[in-house]
Write a protein that binds this ligand. Structure first.
Ligand SMILES: CC(C)(COP(=O)(O)OP(=O)(O)OC[C@H]1O[C@@H](n2cnc3c(N)ncnc32)[C@H](O)[C@@H]1OP(=O)(O)O)[C@@H](O)C(=O)NCCC(=O)NCCS
Length: 173
């Protein structure tokens, strides 16, 4: 059974409930969110935007599913750059209630396969905070290697924070 599938806009109520339940858990790892972010209407608008970007070939927004086919998180391929780059960025999260079951590792494995085979990309990049050991394990298990550190790279939890930069190159290139 696949662990990922394309989000649909009908997922908005379930997704909004999940981000509300994970508000405190995700806060140290994400940009600061307005109160409105947690509303079902906002999640619906975000999904519609993501699906338009998907249709334009710039993004692949995927739900991560648990054994009962409930949404347990998300993994996104974004900033798809064709031309000479053939590269994209990957980001992911898994609900606190579902951590430690290998879900992120499996979902990223599926996404990397899809990006290199179906999308035909050459490279994927990802970044983690230096103390995000779990996320680093997910990347290392999926063929990513660290290639540098960038100071003040992303504004996470209200502060510009250093990140470790990772990339994976398609095995067939
Ligand atoms: C990072 C995250 C996606 C991991 O999800 P998960 O489904 O629990 O990950 P997995 O079960 O596949 O475990 C991945 C690895 O991390 C390890 N791990 C899990 N929690 C850990 C922790 N708190 N500290 C250190 N290692 C941890 C697991 O043992 C596993 O290692 P292994 O492959 O050597 O066995 C999840 O914790 C999360 O969403 N965190 C908040 C958002 C976030 O950090 N997103 C990524 C931003 S770069």
């Amino acid at each position: 059974m696949p662990t990922t599938r394309l989000f649909t806009s009908a997922d908005a109520p379930e997704l909004a409930a999940l981000v509300r339940r994970n508000r405190d858990f995700l806060a140290p790892w994400e940009p600061e969110r307005d109160e409105s972010y947690y509303a079902t209407e906002t999640q619906h608008a975000r999904l519609q935007h993501a699906l338009r970007e998907h249709a334009a070939g710039r993004m692949v927004p995927l739900a991560i599913l648990d054994d009962a086919d409930r949404i347990a998180g998300g993994v996104t391929v974004n900033s798809i750059d064709r031309g000479a780059f053939q590269s994209a960025a990957i980001g992911y999260w898994v609900s606190e209630s579902h951590n430690g079951r290998g879900l992120a590792t499996r979902a990223v494995a599926e996404t990397v396969r899809m990006a290199f085979t179906d999308l035909g990309l050459h490279r994927l990049q990802a970044e983690t905070l230096p103390h995000n050991t779990a996320s680093q394990r997910v990347l290392l298990s999926n063929g990513f290697t660290p290639y540098g550190r960038a100071p003040e790279y992303l504004r996470i939890a209200g502060r510009w924070q250093e990140h470790i930069l990772y990339q994976a190159i398609t095995p067939s290139s």
